[in-house]
Write a protein that binds this ligand. Structure first.
Ligand SMILES: NC(=O)c1ccc[n+]([C@@H]2O[C@H](COP(=O)([O-])OP(=O)(O)OC[C@H]3O[C@@H](n4cnc5c(N)ncnc54)[C@H](OP(=O)(O)O)[C@@H]3O)[C@@H](O)[C@H]2O)c1
Length: 267
C-alpha cells in the first residue's frame, strides 16, 4: 500500500487516477479548490488546495503529510489553460498560468522531497503535456509552462540520481476530459485572429471528444508508482499522438513541425 498526494483529483485525469489507486488498495490525499467536488471513496482523503495561492500550498501539504505520516508518491496533475493570441495576453494571466502549472507544483515537489530524501525512496510524477513539445496554437503560455515543467523534471531526475527518489514526466496527448470547458478564452474575436482561433478551437474540441478516456493515464500512473525503474518521460494517448508524433518531433526540423501543426489545425 502506498500513500499518495495527488493534485486536481476532482475531475478528468486526476479523478481517474484517484479511483484507480484507491481501487488498488493505496491511500490517496487528493486536492481540489472545493472539496465538495471530490469523490467520496474509501481510502480517499479530501484536501483543499488552490495552486494559485502560494501561501496556502505549504499548509495544505504539511497538514496532509502529518495525517498520512509519510508520502510514497506525489502526483502533480492539476492544471488548466487559457486560449487566445499570445500577442494580446495579459501579464497577470501569464503569471497565473505559470503559478498553477509550474511554481505551485515545484513548491510541492520541494516539500515532498524533504521526507522522500530522508527515507531514500519515493516517486514523483509530473503531468505535463505533449504540448510541451508540439505547441497548441493559441495556448502559448500553457505550452511554455508545460515545457518548463518537463525540463525542470528532467533536471531533478539528473540531480536525484542515486537518492532513491524517482521523478517522471508524464505527457498526456489528447485525453477525453472536461479540460476544454474550463479553458478561459480571451481576444478570440480580434479581427487579426478570429478565423484561425475558431478553426483551432473546433479541431481541438473535436480531437478531445474522440480521444481515449482518462483511465488510460490512470493505468499508466499506477504502473509507474509500482515500478522500480520507471522511464524519465512517457507519452500517453492514442497511437498517432503517443507514438508517431514523438517520433516525428525527433526526426523533423522545426520548420516542418510548425508546418505540420498548421496543417493539422487547418490554419
Ligand atoms: N485532457 C487532456 O487532453 C490533457 C492533455 C495533456 C495534458 N493534460 C494535463 O492533465 C492534467 C489534468 O487535466 P484534465 O484533462 O484532467 O483536466 P480537468 O478535468 O479540467 O481537471 C483539472 C483539475 O485541476 C484542478 N485545478 C484547476 N485549477 C486549479 C487551481 N488553481 N488550483 C488547484 N487545482 C486546480 C481542478 O480542480 P478544481 O477545479 O476542483 O479545483 C481539476 O481537478 C492537467 O495538468 C492538464 O494540463 C491534459
Amino acid at each position: 500500500m502506498k500513500r499518495v498526494f495527488l493534485t486536481g483529483a476532482s475531475s478528468g485525469i486526476g479523478r481517474a487516477i484517484a479511483e484507480r489507486l484507491v481501487g488498488e488498495g493505496h491511500q490517496v490525499w487528493g486536492t481540489s479548490r472545493d472539496t465538495a467536488r471530490l469523490p467520496a471513496l474509501a481510502h480517499f482523503h479530501p484536501v483543499t488546495l488552490d495552486l494559485t495561492q502560494p501561501s496556502s500550498i505549504e499548509a495544505a501539504f504539511t497538514t496532509a503529510e502529518a495525517e498520512a505520516g509519510t508520502f510514497d508518491g506525489l502526483i502533480n496533475n492539476a492544471g488548466g489553460g487559457q486560449f487566445g493570441p499570445a500577442e494580446l495576453m495579459e501579464q497577470e494571466s501569464l503569471r497565473n498560468d505559470f503559478q498553477l502549472l509550474v511554481f505551485g507544483h515545484i513548491q510541492l515537489m520541494q516539500l515532498a522531497l524533504r521526507g522522500m530524501r530522508e527515507r531514500q525512496s519515493g516517486t514523483i510524477i509530473n503531468v505535463s503535456s505533449l504540448a510541451s513539445r508540439l505547441p497548441l496554437p493559441f495556448m502559448a503560455s500553457y505550452n511554455a509552462a508545460k515545457a518548463a515543467m518537463a525540463l525542470f523534471t528532467m533536471s531533478l531526475r539528473l540531480e536525484l540520481e542515486g537518492s532513491g527518489v524517482r521523478v517522471i514526466d508524464l505527457q498526456p496527448a489528447d485525453i477525453r476530459t472536461r479540460f476544454n470547458d474550463a479553458v478561459a478564452k480571451f481576444a478570440v474575436d480580434h479581427p487579426a485572429y478570429r478565423r484561425r482561433a475558431q478553426k483551432t478551437w473546433h479541431v481541438a474540441d473535436r480531437n478531445m471528444q474522440h480521444a481515449p478516456g482518462p483511465e488510460l493515464v490512470a493505468r499508466r500512473v499506477a504502473a509507474l508508482l509500482n515500478s522500480d525503474n520507471p522511464p524519465p518521460q512517457i507519452t500517453v494517448g492514442d497511437f498517432f499522438q503517443a507514438r508517431i508524433a514523438p517520433f516525428l518531433i525527433r526526426c523533423l526540423p522545426m520548420r516542418l513541425q510548425l508546418w505540420g501543426i498548421r496543417r493539422y489545425y487547418g490554419i
